[in-house]
Design a protein around this ligand. Structure first.
Ligand code: PLZ
Length: 446
């Protein structure tokens, strides 16, 4: 696979004529409910760039929403996919198993933190991984209640959207939602739900969440606590110290299955294999997807053997789950992280983010908060710094400017006022810096 030139080049108006033509066809053929961040159509991608159908070369600070951690068509992924596609593309693992699925399960069982015997099985997406984690937790505990958090995103299926916090666009018009789901405060130090100062938000929100579980739901009725150790769609929110630790301890004391949803922040994104490692907790179940397949669709559920084995034979599965090509791709992606030191690269990207984005806090009235954790960063916009009034329009203007200037960046946050960046971890440093300079300029122009 030939590498594309790693540069930013805007050679037509954005969108260019070919993209405009395709957009018109898209509008006639695809429902409006499927969102569209970029106004352009992709032709190719590699490293840190996406080339559009008009020849514009974009710096990719979105990685297809945290999927292309190892880059698009990464060599070890592309080779593994080609080899597997040549051998066979599908048998259905439940019908005729194959080694790649088992090898991937072994790999994930070893990578998930904690000295615990684990099992893994595979599905097709992040949402499906979360659905299945809840099924396992309910079967293993015989309980029904599930708790999730403010600002959470867990997918668009029935349980996924019920666990997701934000009403619009994710739940509006799609009810009735799944029963027995309860919501708890998440530690969001910039906007602490308990009104605690930045450093005290973690313990304060954990105490509030535990009170709700204990007093309103009943700890002995809760099957699973589903939590993103770092919020992605919610706006790259890193919970305050002590938050996850206190929740994890409460779960252990009350027989609640602690599910870490690592779909977005996992797979090397934050400089660790899993974002829960930053707080030292050991989850009972970890869900993965996105980066796991190196660009191919696959979701994983990795959990304590005693919980996973509690489900009766035939209770788990899916026609395509753990497709052999996707498993080969995932093994290739893991090898890319290991051989390319992408954990180290994510840390380095975080340092570059910090040096470029933190000064904006000093210089720009419109910037309320800047958050960085490895290869994941966010700038939160406000119209009034003292009142922290969310400013979604400002985030929109910054994103539009970036897109016109040849940089892909994403929106996030419950209030739509966060610009989120998560580039492929293989992006060149010069290209990354150039992309950040475009972003900075757009922010300073507000
Ligand atoms: N859990 C933590 O971030 C997907 C959503 C894109 P799927 N986030 C991107 C969109 O607009 O739908 C996500 C996540 C976390 C679960 C999911 C769901 O993963 O593979 O999109 O189903």
């Amino acid at each position: 696979m030939a590498e594309l030139p790693q540069r930013r080049a805007v050679v037509t108006e954005i969108p260019g004529p070919r993209s405009q033509e395709l957009m018109a066809r898209r509008r006639a053929a695809v429902p409006a409910g499927v969102g569209a961040t970029m106004p352009v159509f992709a032709a190719r991608a590699s490293g840190g760039v996406v080339l559009d159908v008009d020849g514009n070369s974009f710096i990719d600070l979105g990685a297809g929403i945290a999927v292309l951690n190892v880059g698009s068509s990464a060599p070890l992924v592309a080779a593994a996919v080609a080899e597997q596609a040549d051998a066979f593309t599908h048998t259905c693992f439940q019908v005729t198993p194959y080694e790649g699925y088992v090898a991937l399960a072994e790999k994930l069982n070893a990578l998930v933190p904690g000295e615990v015997e684990r099992r893994s099985f595979f599905v097709n997406s992040g949402a499906e991984a979360v659905e299945n984690a809840v099924k396992v937790a309910r079967a293993a505990t015989g309980r029904s209640a599930v708790v999730a958090f403010d600002h959470a995103f867990h997918g668009r299926t029935l349980m996924g959207m019920t666990l997701t916090a934000k009403a619009s666009p994710y739940k509006r018009g799609f009810g009735p939602l799944a029963p027995e789901v309860y919501r708890l405060p998440y530690s969001y130090p910039y906007r602490c739900a308990c009104g605690a100062p930045y450093e005290e938000c973690g313990p304060a929100c954990a105490a509030a969440a535990i009170t709700i579980m204990d007093r309103q739901i009943g700890g002995d009725r809760i099957a699973a606590l589903v939590v993103e150790p770092v919020l992605g769609e919610g706006g790259v929110i890193v919970p305050g110290d002590g938050f996850l630790q206190a929740l994890s301890a409460y779960c252990a004391d009350n027989g609640i299955v602690f599910v870490a949803d690592e779909v977005q922040a996992g797979f090397a994104r934050t400089g660790r294999w899993f974002s829960c490692e930053h707080s030292g907790i050991v989850p009972d179940i970890v869900t993965t997807a996105k980066g796991l397949g190196g660009g191919l669709p696959i979701g994983g559920v990795t959990g304590r053997a005693d919980l996973m084995d509690a489900v009766h034979p035939g209770g788990l599965g899916s026609t395509f789950g753990g497709n052999p090509v996707s498993c080969a791709a995932a093994l290739g992606a893991i090898a890319e992280v290991e051989t390319g030191d992408l954990l180290g690269k994510a840390v380095r990207i975080g340092d570059i983010f910090t040096s470029h984005l933190m000064p904006l806090l000093q210089d720009c009235e419109a910037v309320g908060d800047v958050r960085v954790i490895g290869g994941m960063a966010a700038v939160e916009f406000v119209s009034d710094r003292a009142a922290k009034t969310p400013d979604g329009a400002a985030a929109g203007r910054v994103l539009a400017r970036c897109h016109e200037e040849g940089v892909i960046a994403l929106r996030a946050g419950t209030f739509d006022n966060v610009v989120r960046i998560l580039p492929p971890l293989v992006i060149g440093e010069d290209l990354l810096v150039e992309g950040l300079e475009v972003l900075e300029k757009a922010i300073r122009a507000l």
